[in-house]
Ligand binder design. Structure first.
Ligand code: C2E
Ligand code: CA
Ligand code: CA
Length: 744
């Protein structure tokens, strides 16, 4: 530390040591005898100590002296008569000086005419009395040497005191500085504290830090303030620039023509140098303290630089080098601080690339990454005035644009600009990617960066629901709906804990025999506040929050329990449960299912999983593996809502599915639309090839049932037969349907 300290800071020491002369050492003579005052004055009149003269003040009683001392704090020595008004007057005054005035600095020399009045030794110690003399002993030389000793001691006490106060200040200043975590704030703090240490204004102070690109101004005050964050070379003051550069190359500070340069270097941090237009005061102690302070500052610079680095990591998207979400929000807040002009607002736009997973699956991750970089670059060049261009992760970007002051901003023109940004497509690594984006935007009205991003993302969510590929603006209604959703989400979280979810069961029937062949378990939320809620009312929330994952396992567990209960009633009812895409995409999907089976001591026998075909978009190999894993465990696998997805028939032969559930849109379309008829027929044929059962869902009329029978569909499910029923009701229904009398 000591070595380092030496390398840290060099303040030139060879200056004139002009002592603060002027006022002399003040000596207070307290005596009720005028003769003593005269004699003392004669004895000390021409004396000086360390080049400063002695000035004498006179008081004639203890109370007068107390009053005088209360108002005159810089008295160095009191020459005090012990016996005045009464025989205790002198010592009483001493006590009051130390205890009431709390003046520990002033030196006290006692004098008495009568030797018998000498104070006890412990009194001398307790009240820090310097000397005790009989008046007869005080010859001119003796008096002088007694005063000199007292003054020397006074000087040391004052110096120590100042040093202690200075140290306290340095420690406090350093502590204040260390709480500043950004380099800029730290540097600004240094200037303020430096100025405080020197007792001046921070005007005319400037701090530059060396970087690989040359020195950059990290802090500045007063007339230099506009140059913060700019290269030193742009300062436009050749002399200061040269002086700072010299400090960097000499690795030490020096006194320049009109100011001072401090050089700060510690550890691995980039060195910094401070220019001060006010020269450092030459006082020995001040310089010691300043040296100590700058050592702390240099260490602080290292910490602040480190924080700055961590910050930049935390605020930057590594793929594109653009600010990430946190960086974007802080840029918005900074802009609001720096441009607090009324009427100046920002448009904040959030963009989501449409169908980007196709780019990923078709062109591979590396090309997809390059496309993302190209999109960021395109946005930056299309909107050169942007306050910030950011990538939030995935295929989501953000843009903050200043609202033109002429008010010339319209949603359609902004939408057109965004469209044009994507129009040309992106040529990357010899491949061409054409892309569009769906966007949401909002205009700031004194909102925080966080709020703006939140508003824009609600607008984006709305756009994704109803206006793909377009730009939608935020409105407060979106927020209201979102808040309602958040409240419901909190309730749903509790519902999972409190087991408020129940399963209802909808039967599937053999179209030829009319006998039930199994049930589909459909989840319901029995909410104490809202009554029985249907999946449409809470599944989006569950999915968006990820709570659908624990919910999925809970549903499976409930289905297994119910199947077991029915068995004890003599009913063997196959149960199908719905599994959402998010579940299947989890790496630990199978692990979770094994956990439930083990906990219930159950096998997959009689259980089927219904999975929508959208899971398989993008050739997600993991999804295929997971389906196979289910089959390996003995689960049936049904492709739900079949026909609505992407490539439908083309990959059917690759999927180890046991059942295909024809979406109810086709069943209901069969009445008027022969296309649906053809599709159902095709599905039946393909299913036969892969040896899968076909189930028609949403069968509502006898006509539909008849048509399905004619098309060769073996199993049907729908309101024609039964709605989903609570477990008890289902058992009753089942027994009735399955009874021999009901057959035929
Ligand atoms: P889904 O898997 O397609 O389930 C069939 C839905 O169609 C059920 O609605 C059912 O009540 C309804 N339905 C049955 N027959 C007819 C009919 O003849 N006509 C019409 N118009 N509709 C009929 P529900 O229960 O509201 O479920 C809606 C969706 O919620 C389900 O669609 C399924 O995707 C999801 N879901 C339900 N339970 C669960 C679950 O436990 N886990 C997961 N992940 N999703 C579930
Ligand atoms: Ca289903
Ligand atoms: Ca379905």
């Amino acid at each position: 530390m000591a070595n380092q300290a030496e390398a840290l800071i060099h303040i030139e020491d060879d200056r004139d040591d002009t002592r603060q002369g002027g006022s002399g050492w003040r000596i207070l003579v307290v005596d009720d005898d005028e003769q003593v005052h005269l004699a003392t004055r004669l004895a000390l009149e021409d004396m000086d100590f360390r080049g400063r003269p002695l000035t004498l003040d006179s008081c004639y009683s203890a109370w007068e002296a107390f009053d005088y001392l209360s108002n005159t704090p810089d008295i160095a020595v009191v020459l005090l008569d012990v016996v005045m008004e009464d025989e205790h007057a002198g010592l009483d005054l001493v006590r009051r000086i130390r205890e009431d005035l709390r003046n520990d600095q002033v030196r006290i020399v006692l004098r008495t005419g009568q030797p018998g009045y000498a104070p006890e030794l412990d009194v001398i110690r307790q009240y820090d009395i310097n000397d005790y003399k009989a008046k007869t002993e005080l010859t001119v030389t003796r008096l002088a040497s007694s005063i000199i000793t007292a003054l020397r001691s006074y000087e040391q006490i004052v110096a120590l005191d100042r040093h202690r106060r200075g140290l306290e200040q340095v420690i406090k200043a350093s502590a204040d500085l260390f709480s500043e975590r950004s380099l800029n704030e730290f540097s600004a703090g240094v200037l303020i504290q430096l100025a405080a240490q020197m007792g001046t204004e921070p005007e005319g102070l400037l701090c530059a830090q060396g970087t690989v690109d040359g020195p950059v101004i990290v802090a500045a005050a007063g007339r230099f303030a506009d140059h913060i964050r700019k290269p030193l070379a742009t300062l436009g003051n050749v002399e200061i620039e040269a002086a700072l550069l010299e400090a960097f190359s000499r690795r030490q500070g020096f006194k320049s023509r009109d100011g001072d340069i401090l050089y700060l270097q510690s550890g691995s941090a980039h060195p910094a140098a401070v220019y001060m237009s006010t020269p450092i005061p030459v006082d020995e102690q001040k310089r010691d303290l300043l040296r100590l302070f700058t050592i702390n500052v240099a260490l602080g610079f290292e910490t602040a630089t480190l924080f700055e680095h961590l910050r930049s990591v935390a605020f930057t998207d590594p793929l594109t080098g653009l600010p990430n979400r946190a960086g974007f929000i802080s840029a918005l807040d900074r802009d609001a601080r720096d441009h607090a002009v009324p009427g100046r607002g920002l448009v904040v736009i959030l963009l989501d690339l449409d169908q980007f997973h196709f780019i990923n699956s078709r062109l591979g991750f590396q090309v997809a990454d390059a496309v993302l970089r190209a999109v960021g670059h395109r946005l930056a060049t299309t909107f050169p005035d942007a306050v910030a261009v950011s990538r939030f992760g995935g295929d989501r970007f953000a843009l903050a644009l200043p609202v033109p002051t002429d008010g010339g901003l319209s949603l359609p023109s902004l939408e057109r600009q965004l469209e044009m940004a994507f129009e040309a497509g992106f040529d990357v690594a010899g491949r061409h990617a054409s892309l569009s984006a769906t966007s949401g935007c909002t205009i700031s009205a004194g909102d925080s960066g966080d709020q703006l991003v939140q508003q824009a993302s609600l607008a984006l969510k709305d756009a994704k629901l109803r206006a793909r590929g377009r730009l939608v603006a935020f409105n407060p209604e979106l927020e209201r709906r979102n808040n309602a959703g958040l409240a419901l989400l909190a309730e749903f979280r509790a519902a999972l804990r409190n087991r408020e979810l129940v399963l209802h069961y909808q039967p599937k029937l053999d179209l030829l025999t009319g006998r039930p062949v199994g049930v589909e378990a459909l989840v319901r939320w029995q909410s104490p506040r809202h009554g029985l809620l249907m999946p449409a009312q809470f599944l989006d929330l569950a999915e968006a929050s990820g709570l659908i994952l624990p919910m999925g396992l809970m549903v499976l567990e409930m289905a297994i329990r119910q199947r077991r209960l029915w068995r004890t009633e003599g009913l063997d009812i196959p149960v199908a449960v719905n599994v959402c895409a998010l579940q299947v995409q989890q790496a630990d999907f199978l692990h979770g299912i094994d956990g439930v089976l083990a906990a219930q001591d159950a096998t997959a026998d009689g259980l089927e999983m219904e999975i929508t075909e959208s899971v398989f978009v993008g050739d997600d190999q993991r999804a295929f593996d997971h389906i196979q894993g289910l089959r390996d465990r003995g689960f049936g696998v049904a492709l739900d809502d079949f026909g609505t997805g992407y490539s439908s028939l083309s990959y059917l032969n690759r999927l180890p599915a046991t059942t295909v559930k024809v979406d109810r849109r086709f069943i209901q379309g069969m009445n008027q639309d022969s296309k649906s008829d053809m599709l159902v027929r095709a599905i039946v044929q393909v299913a036969a090839v892969i040896d899968a059962k076909v189930v028609a869902e949403g069968v509502e009329t006898e006509e539909q049932a008849t048509r399905l029978r004619a098309l060769g569909v073996p199993v049907a499910q729908g309101f024609l037969y039964s709605h989903a029923l609570p477990a008890d009701a289902l058992a009753t229904w089942w027994l009735k349907q399955d009874a021999p009398a009901a057959r035929g």
